[in-house]
Structure formats: C-alpha cells, structure tokens
Design a protein. Structure first.
Length: 138
C-alpha cells in the first residue's frame, strides 16, 4: 500500500534565503508518519492505549532540492526495515509541481512499553506487528 501526504509550505518555515529551513523536514516527516499510521487504523493514540510507544532513535536526511513558500511537497513514508524490536521508516519527498526529489530521509525507531522499556512487538502485540511487517517494502 502506497501512502502519500501533501504539505503546503508556510512562509514562517523559510529562512533568510527564502527556502525551507532544513530543520523543518524532520517535522514534516513526523506529520507524514502520524497521518500514515492513522490511514492504516493504527494511530499513535491507539498504540499508546495499548501501552506501546515508538521513540525516535535517529534521523538521517539527504537534501536534494529546495522548496519555497507556497510550494506543496508530497511525502511518501514506507517501512524500510522491521524486526519487531526496531523499525526504520524511509521518506521520499517530492515537489508536487515539478516532481523533483526534495529530500530522501529515514527515521530509526524502537518499540517500548509506557515505561520506555524495549519490547518485541511480535510477542507484545502481534496484531500491530503484522501490520508493520506487511508494510515493509519488498
């Protein structure tokens, strides 16, 4: 299943050069990740109700092209790696108008209980684990 998230760039997100400040892309990836999980009926609120958190362990971004105020970007999140304990989510970000790749990124996560103790989702919540496993890019 391919999910896309559209995001229009606000003026306040640009820097002195008139382009989106690089730090904003981390927020955009999180917005896309949250919308993506909602789209597969696994929103963060449901995970947390079941005692599951997904903290970010790391972020990696490769900036390819700039966008400016009033541009719209398309973000496509996907599962790159999944073990039950850890997961890597990849992001392809494109300029909607030109189709140019703006950013290629990834966030690394682990699964924890509400006390932030690592858990194996395959054992702790197999129904959620199966959804992540099925989302993994082949």
């Amino acid at each position: 299943m391919s999910f896309t998230f559209e995001r229009k760039i606000n003026y306040y997100e640009t820097d002195r050069m008139g382009v989106v400040h690089h730090s904003n892309y981390i927020r955009y990836m999180e917005e896309a990740r949250c919308a993506w999980l909602e789209s597969i009926e696994m929103p963060f609120s449901l995970l947390e109700e079941n005692g599951i958190t997904i903290p970010v362990l790391g972020v990696n971004c490769s900036y390819k092209y700039h966008v400016t105020f009033d541009d719209t970007i398309i973000i496509r999140p996907f599962v790159k790696e999944y073990s039950g304990v850890r997961m890597t989510v990849g992001y392809d970000v494109q300029d909607k108008k030109t189709g140019k790749t703006v950013l290629v990124g990834e966030t690394k996560h682990c699964f924890t209980n509400k006390n932030l103790k690592p858990i194996n989702l395959k054992k702790y919540a197999p129904e959620f684990s199966n959804k992540f496993q099925n989302l993994m890019e082949k």
